[in-house]
Ligand binder design. Structure first.
Ligand SMILES: [Mn+2]
Length: 359
């Protein structure tokens, strides 16, 4: 394993202070994330995590947004997300580690490489990286980290108003090009490019970008796909796109309507709602047990209103933790079933959870 990148910042006292919130006492069933989360400095070796473990990694950079001529502020996203996650109730069986931040390097590519380094470490230790963004250029770093940790490159599933498949300009990659970088990486490594973009806006992308998506073999689900009577069709489309690969999952907060997510560089007037349809698709993917990393991208606190977008990002983090816990439990059950198959397999509390079993 290579050295830690110079733009890795281990958790500081300030990081710890962000995790402050309501305290209902030490009872295990009354605890909140700020009471459970441990600061972990990756200059120490992260030993193998036998319990389901989430490692928060801040991608405290909006360099890619700047290079994309977007509105700045996403570098402050990770700190805001930590504050808003602090009072979430603990999810049983999940260990939470805050591993600190990646800050902008001289270039977007160097920043992405630094993230990849950290993601690879965490994935190799058997934990789930939860990347707190930050410009969406993080997606290539996430992909690269998993691709290096595993034998086969993962599929990318991206909730986003935008395809993020723009040609890479002479100035280098930016927050609108991460999946072009993945595509090019796959070409260079003779690997299939597996990409599903969900919640895509017709008006958020030019015709030529849709043509590129077609050339890339991407699977697109537009915002209208997020209706309860469409879930099965959408899950099937995602399953086909993923094709049994492992998944790196992106939630770009601009996939949501600006009424829900005003605090992003590029708000979306007619974006999707964070409703049951969205949650079922998200849970379906987590239930597959194939999600190897998750990122919540593009939170821009200076543009937010009453922390609405930050709270939404935190709520998604909670969904991820809950879904991850259920998937881990299912895996345990399966392991037990293989030694003692007399017990019927328990379903989750969410009736949709089983639908994504082969996502
Ligand atoms: Mn994006």
């Amino acid at each position: 394993m290579s050295d830690l990148p110079p733009n890795y910042i281990a958790p500081t006292d300030d990081t710890r202070t962000l995790w402050t919130g309501r305290d209902d006492g030490p009872d295990a069933h009354a605890r909140r994330w700020h009471q459970a989360v441990q600061m972990f400095d990756l200059r120490n070796t992260l030993e193998h995590c036998f319990d389901p473990t989430i490692c928060f990694i801040g991608y405290a950079s909006d360099l890619g947004v700047r290079m994309n001529e977007g509105r700045l502020g996403a570098a402050l996203g990770p700190a805001r997300l930590r504050s808003r996650m602090a009072s979430l109730p603990c999810v049983e069986g999940i260990t939470l580690l805050d591993c600190g931040d990646i800050i902008a390097a001289d270039t977007v590519l160097a920043t992405q490489e630094a993230l990849a380094n950290i993601v690879e470490r965490v994935v190799r230790a058997g934990a789930l990286p939860l990347i707190l963004g930050g410009g969406h250029d993080s997606a290539f770093g996430q992909f690269l980290g998993i691709a290096r940790a595993n034998a086969t490159p993962p599929a990318c599933v991206n909730f986003d108003a935008h395809l993020d498949l723009r040609p890479i300009p002479e100035s280098g990659p930016n927050s609108g090009t991460p999946f072009t970088q993945v595509w090019e990486w796959c070409k260079a490594h003779s690997a299939p490019f597996r990409y599903a973009a969900l919640g895509i806006q017709r008006m958020g992308n030019t015709d030529s970008l849709f043509t590129r998506a077609e050339q890339a073999g991407a699977t697109l689900v537009d915002a209208d796909g997020f209706a309860l009577d469409m879930i099965e069709v959408v899950m099937e489309a995602i399953n086909d796109a993923v094709d049994e690969a492992e998944i790196c999952l992106s939630v770009d907060l601009d996939v949501f309507a600006s009424a829900f997510a005003p605090g992003v560089s590029a708000p979306t007037a007619m974006g999707i709602a964070p409703d049951a349809a969205f949650r079922r698709v998200l849970r379906g993917m987590l239930a597959s047990g194939r999600v190897r990393a998750v990122e919540i991208a593009e939170l821009c606190p200076p543009l937010d209103q009453d922390d609405r977008t930050a709270r939404l990002g935190a709520a998604i983090a909670f969904e991820v933790a809950s879904g991850f816990a259920e998937a881990a439990e299912d895996e345990d059950d399966e392991a037990e079933d293989s030694t003692d198959s007399t017990e019927p397999r328990e379903g989750g509390s969410d009736p949709s959870a089983g639908k994504g079993d082969d996502a």
